[in-house]
Design a binder for this molecule. Structure first.
Ligand code: GFB
Length: 320
């Protein structure tokens, strides 16, 4: 007989991703959950009939919806159709199927980009829908806002205990290191590593370097999700951030230092900056007893270790 029988069963949708991977590991580690996962090959989350059949057969007690089409500023601004449609399909099919199968507890993950481009800083949860979105990722943001609203609607119409958390920019082991489509932190780890390996004298960084971003290690997010599953039950969304931000220039300098690269940083101002700043106010989750534990330097070193040990681009710069 399995050791985990008798424990509540939690389905982590998106366990191969950065957020979902960290959450599935943390749930396993806690020893309090029976963790259920499916790869994309086993279950296409956009396929609602397949997702309904899966839920009917497995009947999880709880769902963590961390599956999404995600990417950095370039991917978001050049593939808005995919970001809007895929995310709507995934979240509609998972949330509706969970409810149809009697799941009464679900945690939906949104993003800090749902807030208005010029929201007052640090951004409080109340800023949702209080202004215009940042155009480079409005498709993704609209899909995530629809997911928030769907969770709130299930709560209002059916009393379902569905909650939505808004993580800030995440990074960590298992990140996407694609040259064009990744987020800034893994992109700069890769570019600086490659420049060091090939002896290049400089690295080209996108934009002006002045936008500010807040970063959170995926294992810190995972611990926050465990806290939320245990003790958060409100229709209000809840921010999960590290509480500090820095400029892209400072981020690039930090990565340069951690990786020990001595070359220069050059700036490609033909590339978009995106939103000027999106530091979140995370006092609501901090009041529940959670705080981030991994410093940016430690986290970058951890992500870099994973990149060198697991990613083919660490040894072959021609990998896309
Ligand atoms: O992480 P990132 O792609 O997305 O870019 P956002 C953040 C900043 O880093 C921008 C600069 O100002 C970029 O111009 N940057 C510098 C780079 N060099 C690079 C590089 O080599 N690659 C990348 N990608 N950026 C995303 C949203 O916004 O944040 C998503 O598009 C999501 O929807 C995610 O919300 C968390 O922080 O601007």
């Amino acid at each position: 007989m399995s050791m985990v029988q008798g424990l509540p069963k939690v389905f982590v949708a998106g366990h191969r991703g950065l957020a979902g991977g960290g959450i599935a590991r943390a749930l396993e580690r806690s020893g309090r959950w029976q963790v259920l996962v499916r790869s994309r090959q086993e279950l296409d989350l956009r396929d609602e009939p397949a997702v309904r059949a899966f839920f009917a057969a497995e009947r999880p007690d709880v769902v963590v919806l961390a599956a999404a089409k995600v990417g950095g500023i370039h991917a978001n601004s050049t593939q808005p159709v995919d970001f809007l449609l895929e995310n709507l399909r995934i979240q509609n099919s998972v949330i509706a199927s969970a409810h149809a199968a009697g799941v009464n507890r679900l945690l939906f993950l949104g993003s800090s980009c749902i807030y208005p481009k010029f929201a007052p800083q640090p951004i409080k949860e109340e800023s949702l829908l209080d202004g215009h979105l940042e155009p480079t990722n409005d498709a993704y943001a609209i899909a995530k806002i629809a997911g928030i609203k769907l969770c709130q609607a299930y709560r209002r119409q059916y009393g379902a205990r569905y909650i939505a958390a808004m993580p800030t920019n995440l990074y960590g082991p298992g990140d996407n290191y694609h040259l064009q489509d990744s987020h800034v932190l893994p992109a700069l780890i890769r570019k600086i590593h490659t420049a060091k390996m090939l002896g290049h004298s400089s690295v080209l960084v996108w934009g002006s370097g002045t936008p500010r971003r807040e970063f959170l290690h995926c294992d810190d997010l995972a611990e926050a999700c465990l806290v939320l599953l245990d003790c958060y039950d409100s229709e209000e969304i809840i921010n999960v951030g590290s509480g500090t931000d820095l400029t892209i220039r400072e981020l690039a300098e930090t990565i340069r230092r951690v990786l020990g690269y001595e070359g220069e940083l050059a700036w490609d101002t033909s590339k978009p900056d995106g939103t000027p700043r999106k530091l979140m106010d995370s006092s609501r989750i901090e009041a529940l007893g959670w705080k981030p534990r991994i410093s940016l330097e430690e986290g970058i070193a951890d992500a870099y270790r994973w990149f060198v040990e697991h990613h083919p681009a660490a040894h072959d710069p021609s990998v896309p």
